[in-house]
Design a protein around this ligand. Structure first.
Ligand code: HEM
Ligand SMILES: *[C@@H]1O[C@H](CO)[C@@H](O)[C@H](O)[C@H]1NC(C)=O
Ligand SMILES: *[C@@H]1O[C@H](CO)[C@@H](O)[C@H](O)[C@H]1NC(C)=O
Ligand SMILES: *[C@@H]1O[C@H](CO)[C@@H](O)[C@H](O)[C@H]1NC(C)=O
Ligand SMILES: *[C@@H]1O[C@H](CO)[C@@H](O)[C@H](O)[C@H]1NC(C)=O
Length: 563
């Protein structure tokens, strides 16, 4: 690429200084200033020109992107950043793609006038999704998560990514998901019994009350954490039983995203990484302490498992045999994967379940429909058999879930309506072209999942309605695409080479939990103002999007199971 703009600047400023001092006017300011005076003045002038060029002229007129449709308004120096930051991840983009006429691309300015492009049509999304080597995960993602995840599947790129995907995809193959049902169902029963206790305890305290009030995310998060731990590490964190069980609290300290992480990541978008790293930061310190602790835990687990595998030729739980071969060759690499699976598979599912319960509260008629289906096909999660009894608690199986199209359709529709990851970003690695439009290197590209999911052009006239029946065919079977025009607008799990590796896993886990909970309980919102979805505040500044203040529900028991 020849010389960089900085090398050019230094040469030019040095040359300019020399020229001014030697060949400039013999009288006046520059002659008196000498080298020591001229150099800083010229250098400042250069920096000023650079700022004007890159932050004013480029976004305003020079960038080829300025020909694209754009939202109106925005601050003169931060574009639409504050608007976006205040409204919750993906919300503003969602409005724009409806309001601004466009042909697959929209341009806008964000923090400090950085340039961004939203892809809004199947053809442009397909390009981003399939040209994985041209559009990588942005600095932002790497900054937030890099320290914790290492170079696991979520953050690795190019050949390293392809190789990891080949090695670790089989863990989530349908055959293995079927074998994981005892894990899903076991935890589901445990947490269902806990909630049942919660209700009976509260009604014992006062005969007037026959329900318990609880925050959904609190319990879904504990269940999801235990399940992902058992499925991918072969270890039960025990956080449903005891919230601050040691492994669970080590994990929470490390991985739970905080506003601080995100703020730091925001800084890293614009300032050089070394500068941000010099900022004395509490977060940095906490991470530097807790990450090694957590990775150590993983390392010990892994070694223990390998020991066991060598002795008994079998892991204690889960289809994690696969780790064995890889682990011998690349222990740190496997630990990267373990932390990646925990981080990617905990919050997402927990948020998915939270939105599921919100939708149940908004659509009570569906509670009746789903309860009927769940009770017809799933075992009673509260059934108690004495430990020595011949008959063990039966587990739900994948065959059971396959016979529950309504439950599956409901899960799909929740993921469409409130995708736990509402949008993602990519960065153009080099100057490139998307659908004929020149896109300069460094441009951030936004894929607004949630907005696309609610677009009538792609999902039909009822796109703006929550309607699980769109996933049901005329003959009552499950429809794989929910009636949308292209898989590239069905993006809860992304599509293509960088799609979620655990789609089947997530849907199975959610179906088990939904089935057991709706079979056992009836749910109602504590705060009736939230019956209006527009009044539901959504979390900001974090990568997943969930109810900002949690979701409190009244939960009461529906007696019986099968008639
Ligand atoms: C409802 C639950 C889930 C949702 C909605 C979800 C969604 C997504 C999405 C949208 C992506 C693509 C992100 C991007 O490219 O920017 C992704 C990637 C990924 N997810 Fe999930 N996910 C869920 C559960 C899980 C679980 C349970 C696991 C783990 C075991 C997991 C592991 C991963 C991994 C490893 C990737 C990176 C794949 C790659 O880049 O090759 N996810 N997920
Ligand atoms: C950002 O861009 C806008 C117009 O696109 C321009 O008016 C403004 O001066 C720029 N601000 C900065 C700080 O560069
Ligand atoms: C319910 O009450 C019992 C007995 O008082 C107690 O052991 C149990 O922990 C309580 N359960 C919950 C979920 O609060
Ligand atoms: C923050 O973390 C980075 C990377 O681990 C390190 O280089 C830097 O010195 C840390 N900064 C502080 C202030 O601790
Ligand atoms: C569309 O998304 C749903 C749920 O997120 C998923 O179950 C289904 O398989 C997807 N369909 C296609 C064709 O990708």
């Amino acid at each position: 690429m020849g010389i960089s703009i900085w090398q050019f600047a230094h040469i030019a400023v040095a040359g300019g200084t020399y020229a001014l001092v030697h060949h400039g006017p013999q009288e006046g300011f520059f002659a008196r200033a000498g080298y020591m005076g001229c150099f800083p003045i010229l250098y400042s002038a250069f920096l000023f020109a650079l700022v004007v060029y890159s932050r004013i002229l480029t976004p305003l007129w020079l960038s080829p992107l300025t020909k694209l449709p754009q939202p109106k308004g925005g601050s003169w120096w931060n574009g639409h950043f504050m608007n976006i930051y205040r409204s919750g991840t993906g919300e503003v983009e969602r409005k724009w793609i409806h309001e601004i006429p466009n042909d697959g691309l929209i341009y806008y300015r964000s923090i400090l006038n950085t340039t961004r492009v939203i892809v809004t049509a199947p053809k442009t999304i397909q390009e981003i999704v399939t040209r994985v080597d041209d559009f990588k995960k942005p600095v932002l993602a790497r900054a937030v998560a890099g320290k914790i995840l290492g170079e696991g599947l979520v953050l690795s790129e190019l050949d390293k990514h392809r190789q990891q995907r080949r090695v670790f995809m089989p863990i989530f193959a349908p055959k293995h998901i079927r074998e994981m049902y005892p894990i899903f169902w076991g935890k589901t029963c445990e947490v269902t019994r806990k909630l049942t206790q919660l209700v009976t305890n509260q009604s014992q305290q006062s005969s007037q009350i026959n329900h318990a009030v609880f925050e959904v995310g609190h319990w879904s998060s504990r269940a999801a954490l235990d399940i992902i731990g058992m499925a991918t590490l072969g270890e039960d964190f025990g956080s449903v039983e005891k919230e601050d069980a040691p492994l669970a609290s080590a994990y929470r300290k490390t991985i739970e995203p905080t506003r601080g992480h995100v703020a730091l990541a925001m800084l890293k978008i614009w300032f050089p990484e070394w500068l941000v790293n010099m900022l004395p930061s509490q977060i940095n310190r906490t991470l530097d302490e807790s990450v090694p602790v957590f990775r150590n835990l993983c390392r010990n687990l892994l070694r223990e498992r390998r020991q066991m595998a060598a002795e008994k030729n079998k892991w204690r739980q889960g289809p994690t045999q696969l780790y064995e071969d890889v682990a011998a060759a690349d222990e740190e690499g496997v630990i990267d994967q373990m932390t990646t699976f925990l981080a990617a598979g905990h919050e997402t599912i927990s948020v998915g379940i939270t939105w599921t319960l919100y939708m149940l509260c908004l659509h009570p008629e569906w509670q009746t429909i789903l309860r009927k289906e769940a009770r017809a096909h799933l075992p009673d999660p509260n059934a108690n058999y004495a430990p020595d009894e011949e008959k063990q608690n039966p587990s739900a199986t994948s065959a059971d879930v396959e016979q529950m199209p309504m439950i599956q359709a409901f899960v799909n529709e929740v993921l469409r309506w409130y995708p736990p990851i509402p949008q993602t970003m990519r960065e153009a690695l080099e100057d490139t072209v998307i659908d004929g439009q020149v896109v300069p290197k460094g441009t951030l590209i936004i894929i607004p999942f949630k907005g696309l999911h609610r677009d009538t052009n792609f999902w039909g006239p009822d796109a703006n309605k929550f309607n699980p029946r769109r996933w049901i065919n005329a003959d009552g079977t499950l429809s794989p695409n929910g009636g949308c025009v292209s898989k590239f607008v069905n993006l809860s799990f992304m599509q293509g080479q960088r799609s979620c590796i655990a789609q089947g896993f997530s849907k199975a886990e959610m179906a088990c939990l939904l089935g057991a909970w709706i079979g056992r309980f009836k749910f109602e919102l504590v705060d009736p103002t939230l019956l209006d979805e527009d009044k539901m505040p959504i979390s900001i500044g974090s990568l997943s999007s969930k109810p900002l203040n949690g979701l409190d529900v009244k939960c009461s028991i529906v007696e019986g199971w099968r008639d």
